[in-house]
Design a protein around this ligand. Structure first.
Ligand SMILES: *Cc1c(COP(=O)(O)O)cnc(C)c1O
Length: 381
C-alpha cells in the first residue's frame, strides 16, 4: 500500500483508507491500559491476566506497561510467551489437569503456583513439584447461576473433596490456597459472594489457614448496550464478603480476569459480502472466525454499520439473519441482529467489545480466517 503509518486515528480512517476485504480487529492500547488500572486500583488484591482470552504480544506488553505482574497460564506455550515478554512476572498455572512433562516444564520455568481439583492430579504435583515456596490452590465448584455459561461443568472439586485436597496439600508442605471460577461474563456479583462463603467453610473444614483466595475470572465486559458492567460493585462485594467470611483469617485475594481486562479494548469490523436477495446478510467473518463464542455465550448488540467511506448508516434498525463466510450451516450468528435498514453490500458491520476469545479462537476453516489487527488512537465510531 505504500503506507508506513501503523497507528490509525480511528476505525473509520482505516476503513476509508484501506477498504479491507478481510476482517479487522481494531485495538486501543489506551483502553486496555485504563482497564488494567481500573482493576489494579479497584480490586482488593493481586490482579493477574488470563492469557488465553487474548495472547497477542501487544496485549501482554500493554498490560505489563500498566502494571500487571501476574499471569494465569494453562500450557507451556503460554508460560514461554510470558517469560519472553514479561520475564519477572508471576506465573499461576491454573489448568488443574496436566501431563507430567508439562509439570516438569513449569518447574523449570519457575512456576510457583498451581491449581488442582482431584486426588490423582494432586499426587502428580506432590511427586514432581518441590514443595518449598510453592502454592497449591484447590479449585472447587458450586452450583451457582449468573454467568453466561457454567465453568464448573469441566473443572472444580465438590466442597467435600476440596476439603480433603486442601488438608493433603498443606500436609505435604505446600502453601495452601483455594480458587474458583464463577463462569465467564458473570454479571451477578452474588456469584462471588456464594463462592467466598464456601471457601471459608472449606478452609474451616480442613483446619487450614489459607494463604490466598483466587476469585477467578468471569468479570464481564460491555457486550449489550443495556447492560453496563459494574466492576466496582463486584470488587466491593468481594472485599466485603471476604472479611465477613474469614474475619481475622482473611487470605490475600487474587483475581484472574481475561474478558474483563481485554474485551472492551477491541472492535471488530467484518465486511458484508452480500445481502442475499435483500434479506440475509453474509459477512467475511463468522463462528469459525473471530465470532466463535457468540453461539455459546450469546450475541453482542453493540453493533453499527459503517459505509466504505467510514460513516455510520443511520437507517432505522431491523433484525437480520447474519451468516458467516463458510459453507457450514452452523456458521450463523445466534438469533437475529439489529442492523441499519439502509445496509448495503460492501459495508462493514462493527462489533464493539470484541477483544476476548476472538483472535485467540479464530480458525482457517474453509479457507477463511485471515484476520488483521490495527492499532487505533480511539475506538469511537
Ligand atoms: C478462562 C479462565 C479465566 C478467564 O476467564 P474470563 O471469563 O475470560 O475472565 C480465568 N481463570 C481460569 C482458570 C480460566 O480457565
Amino acid at each position: 500500500m505504500g503506507l508506513s503509518k501503523t497507528i490509525w486515528t480511528s476505525p473509520a480512517e482505516y476503513v476509508r483508507t484501506l477498504s479491507p476485504e478481510t476482517p479487522v480487529l481494531f485495538f486501543s492500547p489506551s483502553i486496555l491500559q485504563a482497564m488494567a488500572r481500573k482493576f489494579i486500583d479497584g480490586f482488593p488484591g493481586m490482579v493477574t491476566y488470563a492469557v488465553k482470552s487474548n495472547p497477542e504480544d501487544v496485549v501482554i506488553e500493554n498490560l505489563a506497561a500498566a502494571g500487571i505482574r501476574g499471569f494465569d497460564v494453562a500450557s507451556p506455550a503460554e508460560m514461554r510467551l510470558i517469560r519472553r515478554l514479561v520475564p519477572d512476572a508471576a506465573l499461576h498455572y491454573n489448568n488443574p489437569v496436566r501431563a507430567r512433562h508439562e509439570i516438569r516444564t513449569a518447574v523449570e520455568l519457575g512456576v510457583k503456583s498451581y491449581s488442582v481439583d482431584s486426588g490423582t492430579e494432586l499426587d502428580k504435583l506432590i511427586e514432581l513439584v518441590p514443595a518449598e515456596g510453592a502454592e497449591i490452590s484447590v479449585r472447587f465448584k458450586l452450583p451457582v447461576a449468573g454467568a453466561a455459561y457454567n465453568f464448573g461443568a469441566k473443572f472444580g472439586a465438590t466442597v467435600e473433596l476440596a476439603t480433603e485436597l486442601l488438608a493433603k496439600a498443606a500436609a505435604a508442605g505446600f502453601i495452601p490456597s483455594l480458587t474458583f471460577h464463577p463462569g465467564t461474563q458473570c454479571t451477578d456479583p452474588a456469584a462471588w459472594g456464594s463462592y467466598i462463603g464456601a471457601a471459608a467453610e472449606i478452609a474451616g473444614g480442613a483446619g487450614v489457614r489459607i494463604a490466598r483466595l483466587n476469585v477467578g475470572g468471569g468479570f464481564p465486559n460491555h457486550r449489550l448496550n443495556a447492560v453496563t458492567p459494574d466492576l466496582d460493585a463486584i470488587f466491593d462485594l468481594i472485599d466485603r464478603t471476604a472479611t465477613e467470611a474469614f474475619g481475622d483469617a482473611r487470605p490475600q485475594l487474587v483475581c484472574e480476569p481475561g474478558r474483563g481486562l481485554c474485551g472492551d479494548a477491541f472492535t471488530l469490523a467484518a465486511r458484508i459480502k452480500a445481502v442475499r436477495d435483500g434479506q440475509h446478510v453474509f459477512l467475511n467473518d463468522g463462528t469459525y472466525g473471530s465470532l466463535t463464542e457468540l453461539p455459546m455465550i450469546g450475541v453482542i448488540d453493540r453493533i453499527e454499520v459503517m459505509t466504505p467511506q467510514g460513516t455510520l448508516r443511520t437507517g432505522e434498525k431491523s433484525d437480520r439473519i447474519i451468516f458467516g463466510p463458510t459453507c457450514d450451516s452452523v456458521d450463523r450468528l445466534p438469533g437475529e441482529l439489529p442492523l441499519a435498514g439502509d445496509v448495503e453490500e460492501g459495508d462493514f458491520v462493527i462489533f464493539q467489545g470484541m477483544g476476548a476469545y476472538s483472535a485467540a479462537t479464530n480458525t482457517r476453516f474453509n479457507g477463511f480466517g485471515e484476520l488483521s489487527m490495527a492499532t487505533v488512537l480511539s475506538l469511537k465510531l
